[in-house]
Ligand binder design. Structure first.
Ligand SMILES: CC(C)(COP(=O)(O)OP(=O)(O)OC[C@H]1O[C@@H](n2cnc3c(N)ncnc32)[C@H](O)[C@@H]1OP(=O)(O)O)[C@@H](O)C(=O)NCCC(=O)NCCS
Length: 144
């Protein structure tokens, strides 16, 4: 089953990209089956998975849950490519996008800010000793 193969690919990438708190295979599988979830896996020329995003949409809002590029492919634009793909994949009616990120995750924070996400709040000690930062992007006119 295609979904199952994709779930396994995502789980492998979860383990190397989020080694402190990877989603379990069951969490990945159940996420991929949810009606509100949309996601994309990026492959290289050899069909090896290099990165992915997982997001959810409901009414006018979307939330980016995961975006990751495998360590050896980082720093060469695939994160940006995935972000663009995520933004294009949001349903037409999406007006606001939310996400949450660890304060120390400089690469992700810069990536989000470069796409216009604005800091809206902070959850103190949400990740153990670390704060979570809340970001939002308002989509004013997706079709230009
Ligand atoms: C965040 C992540 C997806 C970025 O992927 P990437 O392929 O390395 O990103 P890109 O090469 O496309 O870079 C895009 C932008 O991100 C920022 N960035 C990427 N790596 C960075 C780093 N090491 N330090 C600071 N900024 C960085 C920069 O703004 C960069 O734009 P620039 O090159 O024009 O300066 C990647 O670091 C990752 O998978 N991290 C682990 C998973 C994670 O923490 N995901 C986010 C929380 S869900």
């Amino acid at each position: 089953m295609q979904d199952n193969k994709e779930a396994l690919y995502i789980k492998e990438m979860e383990d190397v990209c989020f080694h402190e708190e990877p989603w379990s295979i069951d969490a990945v599988k159940s996420a991929l089956q949810r009606e509100d979830i949309f996601y994309k896996i990026l492959y290289d020329e050899a069909e090896t998975p290099m990165g992915y995003f997982i997001a959810a949409a409901s009414f006018e809002e979307a939330e980016l849950y995961r975006i990751a590029v495998i360590p050896k492919k980082r720093g060469i634009g695939y994160g940006k490519k995935l972000m663009n793909c995520f933004l294009k994949s949001c349903p037409q009616k999406t007006e606001r996008i939310f996400l949450e990120v660890k304060e120390s995750n400089t690469a992700a924070v810069r990536l989000y800010e470069s796409f216009g996400f604005k800091l809206t709040g902070r959850r103190k000690k949400y990740y153990g000793i670390e704060d979570a930062l809340n970001y939002m992007l308002i989509l004013d006119d997706k079709n230009g």
